[in-house]
Design a protein around this ligand. Structure first.
Ligand code: ZN
Ligand code: ZN
Length: 473
C-alpha cells in the first residue's frame, strides 16, 4: 500500500492532504495539496472508457486527480477553490460528483453549503462513495462546513461526522483534520431539545474516546467542557448516560485527570450529584418519559466509577473530590448508604472512599464515610467484591492515629479484624508475621503464635462474643 493510504472495507485509498496545517477546523481557508500529474507518455488508454489514445483521441489531464483521460470522459470545467484554482478547470467524470460537492462547500452561500453537505452525506453511506470523499477532500469539507451559520447544515455535518467516526482506519486522519474540535463546537451550539443531534455528536465522541491511543487527543481538542455540560443538561437519561460513559472512558488516561479537575469549576460537583440515587418522584418522571430504572442505576454506577478513576491520581485530586463532595451535599455518604439492586454501585462507592481514605488532610471530613464503611462490613458479609474495598478502606483509615480510637471501639471492626489476624496466624504464621512486621509488633505476634495453645485459646475466647455463623438479615 502507498505510504499514508488507509483501507476502507478492504480497498486502499490515499486521503486528501492539505498544504500547510492539517487542521481545517481552525483554518477555514485551507488549500488541498494537488495530485501529481501522470506523464503523457505513460497513458495508453483512457482509464474510464478503456479506449486507446490516438492522433484523433487526444489526452486530457484531470486537474483534480492528475490522471489522463479522453475528451469524452474529461469534459466538464469546474472551479476548484479547494486547490486554489478559482477559474473553471477540466475534471474527469470519476472525480466530478464529489469534486462539485467540495467546490460548493467552499462557497459562502447557504444554499450551496446545504447542497454540499447533503450530497457528501449521501456519498459516505456506501464504501465506494466514502473512498471518493476521503480521497478528494470531502472529509475536510465536512469538518469545515461544521462552522456554517446554517443550523440545518451543522446538523447534517454532525450526522456525517458520526458516520465517519465509525470508520476506524480514518480516526487519525479525522483527528488531525480537526474532527474532535468540530464535534465539540457543534455540541456547544446544540440545543438540549435536539436529541437526534446530541446523540450523533456524543455518540461520535464516545467512539473516539474508546480508543486508548486517542483519549489524550480527544481531551486536548476540548472534549471535556461539552461532555461535562451534557452530563448536567436537562437531556434524556439515555444521552446523559452516554455522556457520563464517555467521560469515564476519557478518565482511563490519568494524564486527563488534571484537565477535568481544572477545566470547569462545576465538573466535580456535577459528577458527584450524578452518583446520588434519585428520589421516587424523579424516578417516576424518568419512567414516564420512557427511561428505565436500569439506566438510572447505571448512571450511579458509571459516575462513581469515573470518580474512582479520578481518586487514583494525586493527593490534590483526592482532596478536591472530598472538598467538592462536602459542598455538593455529601453525595459519597448517600451512595454508601443507598440500597441499590445493582451491587456494583456500592462496590464503586466503597472503592472511591477507600482511595480517598489515604488523604491525610481530609481525615476529619471523611469520618462519616468511615462509619458508613464499618456498617457495610456487617451488612454485606457475603459480598467478597465489596468487602475487599471495605477492608482496604478501613486499613487506609487505620493508618491515621485520629481514627484508631474510632475503629478500635467499633465492635464489628474489632472482632472481625481480630478473627482475621488470628486465622491468618494460625494457618500460615510465617507469612503473616512477615506481612505484619511492616507495621511493627512482629515480636509480640511471633511470641503469641509460638506459644502452644495460645492462638486456640484466644479464638475460643473470641467465639463467645462473635459467631462465625449468622442468620440472614
Ligand atoms: Zn474516456
Ligand atoms: Zn479525476
Amino acid at each position: 500500500m502507498i505510504p499514508g493510504a488507509v483501507k476502507i472495507e478492504g480497498v486502499g485509498v490515499l486521503p486528501a492532504q492539505t498544504e500547510g496545517r492539517a487542521d481545517v477546523y481552525s483554518d477555514n481557508n485551507y488549500i488541498l495539496a494537488k495530485s501529481k500529474w501522470m506523464p503523457d507518455d505513460e497513458a495508453t488508454h483512457c482509464p474510464l472508457c478503456q479506449q486507446k489514445f490516438s492522433q484523433l483521441r487526444r489526452k486530457h489531464h484531470c486537474r483534480q486527480c492528475g490522471q489522463v483521460f479522453c475528451s469524452k470522459c474529461c469534459k466538464t470545467n469546474v472551479p476548484l477553490p479547494q486547490l486554489g484554482l478559482e477559474n473553471p478547470e477540466r475534471v474527469c467524470d470519476g472525480c466530478l460528483p464529489v469534486v462539485e460537492l467540495v467546490t460548493k462547500s467552499k462557497s459562502p452561500q447557504g444554499s450551496f453549503q446545504s447542497e454540499s453537505i447533503q450530497g457528501l452525506l449521501e456519498q459516505i453511506h456506501d464504501s465506494t462513495g466514502l473512498r471518493k470523499v476521503v480521497q478528494l477532500g470531502g472529509v475536510q469539507a465536512i469538518i469545515s462546513l461544521s462552522r456554517s451559520s446554517n443550523s440545518e447544515v451543522r446538523k447534517k455535518c454532525a450526522e456525517a461526522l458520526h458516520l465517519l467516526a465509525m470508520q476506524e482506519p480514518l480516526h487519525n486522519m479525522l483527528i488531525d483534520a480537526g474532527a474532535i474540535k468540530a464535534l465539540c463546537g457543534l455540541l456547544m451550539s446544540a440545543s438540549e431539545t435536539d436529541e437526534q443531534l446530541l446523540s450523533y455528536l456524543i455518540g461520535a465522541l464516545m467512539i473516539f474516546a474508546k480508543a486508548p491511543h486517542l483519549q489524550m487527543r480527544v481531551v486536548q481538542d476540548g472534549a471535556l467542557p461539552p461532555v461535562l455540560a451534557l452530563c448536567g443538561m436537562n437531556v434524556s437519561e439515555a444521552i446523559a448516560l452516554i455522556a457520563v460513559r464517555t467521560l469515564n472512558l476519557l478518565m482511563e488516561n490519568i494524564g486527563s485527570h488534571t484537565a477535568l479537575i481544572e477545566s470547569d469549576r462545576n465538573a466535580l460537583p456535577r459528577l458527584l450529584k450524578l452518583t446520588v440515587s434519585m428520589d421516587e418522584q424523579v424516578k417516576l418522571f424518568y419512567i414516564s418519559v420512557g427511561t428505565t430504572t436500569g439506566d438510572i442505576r447505571q448512571m450511579q454506577e458509571v459516575s462513581l466509577k469515573t470518580l474512582s478513576r479520578l481518586s487514583m491520581g494525586t493527593d490534590y485530586h483526592r482532596h478536591r473530590i472530598v472538598q467538592e463532595d462536602f459542598s455538593a451535599g455529601k453525595c459519597l455518604m448517600k451512595s454508601l448508604q443507598c440500597h441499590p439492586k445493582n451491587l456494583q454501585v456500592l462496590c464503586n462507592a466503597a472503592c472511591l472512599v477507600a482511595n480517598l481514605a489515604t488523604s491525610e488532610q481530609d481525615q476529619s471530613s471523611l469520618t462519616e464515610c468511615l462509619d458508613a464503611l464499618c456498617s457495610l462490613l456487617t451488612k454485606f458479609k457475603e459480598q467478597v467484591d465489596l468487602l475487599v474495598h471495605v477492608i482496604r478502606g478501613l486499613a487506609n483509615f487505620a493508618s491515621f492515629h485520629q481514627n484508631v480510637y474510632r475503629l478500635s471501639t467499633n465492635e464489628a471492626v474489632q472482632q472481625h479484624s481480630l478473627r482475621l489476624i488470628l486465622h491468618v496466624l494460625h494457618r500460615s504464621s510465617e507469612q503473616a508475621i512477615t506481612a505484619l512486621m511492616r507495621d511493627g509488633g512482629a515480636d509480640l505476634l511471633r511470641s503469641i503464635a509460638k506459644t502452644p495453645g495460645m492462638v486456640d485459646a484466644m479464638q475460643a475466647n473470641l467465639r463467645q462474643y462473635v459467631s462465625a455463623l449468622s442468620a440472614p438479615s
